[in-house]
Design a protein around this ligand. Structure first.
Ligand SMILES: Cc1cc2nc3c(=O)[nH]c(=O)nc-3n(C[C@H](O)[C@H](O)[C@H](O)COP(=O)(O)OP(=O)(O)OC[C@H]3O[C@@H](n4cnc5c(N)ncnc54)[C@H](O)[C@@H]3O)c2cc1C
Length: 416
């Protein structure tokens, strides 16, 4: 794998940047793989990378119906944090955050990971009670979480309307300094490049249309490029997970909803952290390019259209203006949608299934970007060993039979 460095950049400048190597191969599918990963988003690519790197399985293919990272991975608002309420979720997301902290070096790829801190605002007494509870729970789990009063919030975000006359006055916030953002495509590309270098075949523009079984176990996948035999199938297909599960007669407790985001025209640096409000229901950060990156809530209906309703855009902008009247004359540049796979308890499914050799990693809903490295890491362990990683165990699909749900609606209330 070609090593990226400042020196390399200078060297290639001498040849007008015309001699860079291709970042990954474009292989013809083999007849057989040990593992087929369905879905070339961040989670699928991370899974393939850790399967190869940590479990020595290099006869792997990632099959992607579109292009790598073109699903929710390229559509999200890139917020990263680990301040979830329940131990199981907090441990999983903190595992991911710790991996993020060394990931750019590990992948030799600039992920533009920026630990600029994440604020969750409280506007009512009940909000503040919930925030205090979550901050305390986080601290017991060793997660950097702080409770801030109105003045402390105002010091961090001077442009936020913290006046007493605001329609939703800011009473305080939770603050996770190690939270932040990263460049979403870069994460997919970084994992793809590193997985390819370890021998993983990345097969794009190829849809999995069926999962074949023999004697109750997986034996391959039907694709638009023909049948590919394999020993294990690891599905990491976000909003399309239910469709894949139906191919083997499994119904997952998932709903697929449109979720939208939007960006403004680029502005001078004006906000250097992430501000989220569950109550007013909107959140904003500023990209390195200068756009305000704004996230909406999900559309209420189910759908696979990767676009959402206009009224959701309008509500989101109204919410942002309640908090930041200063943005009232900023122009919106683009809005788009993804399809998020939501579970009843707002937690993911990382699980074996009743079909031998078939695994699912899905249900990340509105908040899986932040988990990308951790999700791939624990799922690779689960697939390689046919045994859940200790951090993944509570997220087995069996929890919907046992009733041992992990209700993170409080922490995941607004999209993330
Ligand atoms: C608007 C929006 C904002 C968001 N904001 C945040 C945020 O700020 N922070 C956060 O943590 N999370 C956020 N999320 C959620 C986050 O984007 C997802 O949880 C995460 O990216 C899921 O990654 P993934 O790799 O599982 O899915 P994806 O990136 O969607 O990858 C799944 C891939 O599977 C492919 N696929 C599906 N079916 C098949 C098939 N049959 N054959 C072959 N390939 C198939 C798809 O084409 C797709 O590329 C947001 C999501 C959206 C939509």
């Amino acid at each position: 794998m070609q090593k990226y460095s400042g020196f390399g950049l200078l060297k290639h400048a001498l040849s007008h940047h015309e001699n860079w190597q291709r970042v990954w191969r474009n292989p013809t599918p083999k007849k057989h793989y040990d593992v087929v990963v369905v879905g070339g988003g961040g989670h699928g690519l991370a899974t393939a990378y850790y399967l190869a790197k940590e479990h020595g399985l290099t006869n792997i293919a990632v099959i992607e119906k579109g292009y790598l990272g073109g699903g929710n991975t390229a559509r999200n608002t890139t917020i990263i944090r680990s301040n979830y309420l329940w131990d199981e979720a907090a441990h999983l997301y903190e595992h991911a955050l710790q991996l993020w902290e060394g990931l750019a070096q590990e992948l030799n790829y600039n992920l533009m990971f920026s630990q600029r801190g994440v604020l969750n605002l409280g506007h009512t007494l009940q909000d503040m009670r919930d925030i205090e509870r979550r901050v305390s729970a986080n601290r017991l789990n060793g997660i950097d979480s702080q409770l801030l009063n109105t003045k402390e919030v105002q010091d961090i975000v001077p442009i936020l309307d913290c006046s007493k006359n605001a329609r939703y006055p800011v009473l305080g916030a939770s603050w996770q300094p190690r939270g932040g953002t990263a460049r979403h495509d870069a994460v997919a590309w970084g994992y793809a490049r590193a997985a390819d270098a370890l021998g993983v075949d990345l097969i794009q523009q190829t849809e999995v249309t069926g999962i074949r079984r023999k004697d109750g176990a997986v034996c391959g996948v039907e694709t638009t490029k023909g049948f590919i035999s394999c020993d294990k199938v690891a599905c990491v297909a976000a909003g399309n997970s239910g469709v894949l599960a139906k191919m083997v007669g499994i119904t997952l407790p998932l709903e697929s909803h449109p979720l939208q985001a939007m960006v403004s025209e680029p502005l001078k640096p004006i906000i250097d952290t992430v501000v989220m409000s569950n109550q007013v229901h909107g959140y904003v950060s500023q990209s390195d390019k200068g756009d305000l990156v704004i996230g909406a809530g999900i559309d209420g209906y189910l759908g696979y259209g990767q676009r959402g309703s206009f009224h959701v855009v309008e509500h989101t902008i109204a919410a942002i203006l309640e908090m930041f009247p200063i943005f009232s004359r900023v122009r919106l540049n683009r809005a788009w949608g993804g399809i998020v796979d939501t579970c009843p308890d707002a937690c993911p499914i990382i699980s074996k299934t009743s079909v031998k050799g078939l695994y699912f990693n899905c249900g990340w809903g509105t908040g899986g970007f932040k988990a990308t490295p951790g999700s791939g890491h624990v799922f690779a362990h689960t697939v390689a060993n046919d045994e859940p990683h200790p951090l993944a165990k509570p997220f087995s699909v069996d929890r919907f039979i046992s009733g041992k749900l992990i209700d993170e609606h409080g922490a995941a209330g607004v999209a993330h």
